[in-house]
Design a protein around this ligand. Sequence first.
Ligand code: URA
Length: 236
Amino acid sequence: MREELSRLVSDLKDTLAAERDLPTGAHFLTPRGEPRRPKASDTLSRIGAAVMVCARCRLSRTRCNAVPGEGNPESPLLIVGEAPGAEEDRQGRPFVGKAGDLLTKMLKAIHVEREEIFIGNALKCRPPQNRDPAADELAECRRYLMMQIAAIRPKVILTLGRVSTQLLLQTSQGVLSLRGMQRPFPYHDGEAVLLPSLHPAYLLRNPAAKRDVWEDLKTVHRLLREATGDYPPPLE
Ligand code: URA
């Protein structure tokens, strides 16, 4: 309960801080002066623009390109990786290297195409030499991810690996044990569920773990169909 409460407070602080940082106002009024929820695609474009010029941490000095994330602004599924690698930094797009190829194949196995969903990262800029993200870098960058979640309002969030799982659940528990619980965590005020899984880069080094991830993918498929009724198409 205490953990849940402190996570809620911290999410709220991040969202408010992030909205202050947007280059233009995030909220519009209806002709009657009532607040109107902006279109997810507009909000995501604003967040992307803020990420592109972000200089909140040292990674802004070594990146080639910031990588805000990409995909369907109204996706029922949000995938969150760790941070851009060399290829992502070069192209400004998430998961376009070897780990990305594997992720694309994993998604196809549950009849999900990349373009249909949204793919992002815990950190929007590449740590030099792919070192682990530092705590202060993650703390600065979390606001963008929280804003993306608020804009997309996904039904299912799949975190890949330790970094994104710990950042979103605000825990120091290891991803292997969190994943092993085999149950999704309620997230974003109960609007979404979060399922921790293993990172595709880990799977490239430990192919035996693919069996566990296949179970997670089937769970994602089931949760999505429960939430949407008809997406993705059924597994044979
Ligand atoms: N690994 C990640 O976690 N994210 C990417 O975008 C690429 C590789």
